[in-house]
Design a protein around this ligand. Structure first.
Ligand SMILES: [Zn+2]
Length: 88
């Protein structure tokens, strides 16, 4: 018999395409002056920045200013829409 396999109920937590094992973007309070990795804008101590983990040999949090984080989020949303579009 050549019948398709029946779907089992998926096990475990539903995975996400965004941030699973590497952690996800989060906010952090700037400890000492640093710069946004994208635009180079200074991030002043005591203000909030947005850390986006990037996979490497170890997870490195890349700090972003609000503007860049906002743009990245918008881009992510566009990409997600495309991913959803392939569902048909
Ligand atoms: Zn920036």
């Amino acid at each position: 018999m050549n019948t398709p396999k029946k779907a089992k109920s998926p096990r475990g937590k539903t995975p996400s395409l965004i941030g699973s094992t590497n952690g996800r973007p989060h906010t952090a309070t700037v400890q000492r002056l640093c710069a946004c990795v994208r635009c180079g804008q200074g991030l002043v101590a005591g203000t909030t920045c947005f850390e986006i983990p990037r996979l490497g040999r170890f997870v490195k949090n890349r700090r972003h200013c609000r503007d860049c984080y906002d743009k990245i989020l918008n881009k992510t949303q566009e990409d997600l829409a495309e991913l959803r579009a392939i569902l048909g």
